[in-house]
Design a protein around this ligand. Structure first.
Ligand SMILES: [Ca+2]
Ligand SMILES: [Ca+2]
Ligand SMILES: [Ca+2]
Length: 297
């Protein structure tokens, strides 16, 4: 297996993980600028190297998942209302030279950690999130925000470069071309899997979910990419695993997470993520193959 070395990547690794009972019962805060085995538990093909989390490698048909080691509460113990949350992470999807690149990754809440127990997940277009038989089942209790780079008509994918909101299903309830709204409300399209490093912000409060992304280092755009009214109270169980999952198939790419913050109370915690001096994964030139380019030939 190929290993990419990031010798120049000296991450300041620190963790703020506090459980407190002030405003909300069992509210959670954590912030990881780089990962080690105490910050996340890896499943399937996920690996940690020099503080970087790689969910998948180059073997094909892989599933990698990395979750906070313990479940966290997602509902107020007294009121049973879904706790507001604000999470942000920095990721890169890195193609392998000469290989078709796919399939994508999901930020998820799941009732179980294991890939092949409980709500089972499959590779390829299933993104390590669900599989063909459980897809769409309301008893799944899985919620995700997907970053999908291959168009699957069976899931009504809008294109091969989109961000979607997934409730118990890989058919998103809402999705958008990947990108952000810059100053003057001009849409800037972003190529999810060109190796570039992006920051994502996902906020949920008062029944509204906002998903925003931008190239790392760009200030958080005020207008979100996705803005959806959604009641998660029937979707989330009282305690859930939270983290990331990704898969490859015939098409393969590395799905990397560099940093991650999460809070139920402090919607500015993501400002503690280090966005400068991160390694670059962009390939010199354009040596990887995009399927759409191949099909045009
Ligand atoms: Ca897809
Ligand atoms: Ca999709
Ligand atoms: Ca692409």
């Amino acid at each position: 297996m190929k290993k990419r070395k990031h010798l120049s990547f000296q991450l300041l690794q620190f963790t703020i993980a506090t459980i407190f009972a002030a405003q909300f019962t069992s509210a959670v805060d954590f912030l990881f600028n780089g990962f080690d085995s105490s910050s996340v538990s890896c499943y399937g093909n996920a690996t940690l190297d020099s503080g970087i989390l790689s969910l998948t490698g180059d073997a094909g048909f892989e599933i990698g998942r990395a979750l906070l080691p313990s479940k966290i509460p997602t509902k107020d113990a007294d009121t049973s209302l879904v706790l507001p949350f604000s999470t942000s992470f920095i990721f890169a999807m890195v193609p392998f030279p000469g290989r078709l690149a796919g399939h994508g990754m999901v930020f998820l809440f799941a009732p179980n950690a294991e890939i092949h127990q409980g709500i089972e997940a499959a590779a390829s277009q299933n993104l390590g999130f669900l599989n063909f038989s459980n897809n769409g089942d309301p008893n799944n209790h899985v919620f995700g925000v997907e970053f999908d780079v291959f168009r699957n008509h069976e899931f009504d994918d809008i294109n091969d470069n989109h961000v979607g909101i997934d409730v118990n299903s890989l058919t998103s309830i809402n999705s958008s071309e990947a990108g952000y709204w810059s100053v003057g409300d001009v849409f800037q399209q972003l190529d999810l899997n060109n190796g570039r490093t992006y920051q994502v912000w996902i906020d949920y409060s008062d029944g509204v979910l906002n998903v925003t992304m931008a190239p790392v280092g760009v200030k958080r755009p005020p207008r979100p990419l996705l803005n959806v009214s959604i009641d998660l109270s029937d979707v989330l169980e009282d305690e859930m695993y939270v983290g990331f999952t990704a898969s490859t198939g015939n098409m393969t790419q590395s799905h990397k997470i560099l940093a991650w913050s999460y809070s139920n109370t402090n919607f500015s915690l993501s400002q503690g993520l280090i966005t400068a001096g991160l390694p670059s994964f962009e390939l010199p030139g354009r040596h990887f193959i995009e399927l759409e380019a191949l099909l045009r030939v």
